[in-house]
Design a binder for this molecule. Structure first.
Ligand SMILES: [Zn+2]
Length: 243
């Protein structure tokens, strides 16, 4: 299924992760001033973009689409508190393949409450698995999370998470696929980063079934970041598909 491709903003920040890695200018931002994110010239997409994320996942069109094929390596992730979230940085060599494009897993991180909603309902948290390919397009897998179970990988990450800016390394390798739901039905649409610079370069796949994690681990995250979710953005004329 072909997607209409990108507004003028796509070329604007063609590789946000590269820019970050290169130490490019990074305007200060936080969740208390999220209505001002677009004021900085490098972040104009936050205010003026037409294909922003997150969105309410509702009214999806059923289509013959496939979830990305994942080949992730178990590893002892580096767990970073970057001042906006807790993020696990991945070593090279883990991939998601979609429609013959191969994207490499760069990192995954968490939001509370969930950024995406389903039929208007948000969950306690959401994990984003960020994959990039050459040229700057991203593929992000979203996993909704709720309290009521336990998840060893999430517990290990929250156990290592620095309470202030800094990093730690997991003691043992973990398999991040344990953070995915067993039921892999998903929503798909084209959108943006949910943080500045809000670049419209993201192929979003959000699983429709949440995973269950320990309430105490959610509380640990909220103790560090009480709220780090962007408000819902209008879908406008974009297609929202489901498998
Ligand atoms: Zn995110």
């Amino acid at each position: 299924m072909a997607f209409t491709r990108r507004s003028f903003l796509a070329g604007f920040v063609s590789c946000p992760l590269c820019a970050a890695a290169a130490g490019a200018e990074d305007a200060h931002w936080d969740y208390e001033d999220l209505h001002n994110w677009g004021e900085h010239s490098t972040n104009e997409a936050c205010a003026y973009g037409g294909e922003q994320s997150p969105v309410d996942l509702t009214g999806a069109i059923k289509a013959k689409i496939r979830a990305p094929v994942l080949s992730w390596k178990p590893q002892a992730f580096t767990v970073v508190n970057n001042g906006h979230t807790i993020q696990a940085d991945a070593a090279p060599g883990s991939f998601a393949t979609s429609e013959n494009s191969k994207f490499e897993l760069k990192q995954f991180h968490f939001h509370t409450p969930s950024e995406h909603a389903i039929d208007g309902k948000r969950e306690a948290m959401e994990a984003h698995f960020v994959h990039a390919k050459e040229g700057g397009d991203l593929l992000v897998l979203g996993v909704l999370m709720r309290a009521g179970g336990s998840n060893k990988v999430f517990s290990a990450i929250m156990g290592a998470a620095p309470r202030t800016k800094g990093e730690a390394t997991l003691k043992e390798p973990v398999d991040a696929t344990a953070l995915l739901p067993k039921n892999r039905h998903f929503f798909r649409y084209e959108g943006s980063l949910t943080t500045p610079p809000c670049s419209e370069v993201v192929n979003w796949y959000v699983f429709s079934t949440p995973i269950a994690v320990a309430a105490s681990d959610i509380e640990t995250f909220k103790g560090i970041f009480p709220m780090n979710a962007r408000p819902l953005q209008p879908l406008r004329r974009r297609m929202l598909l489901t498998d």
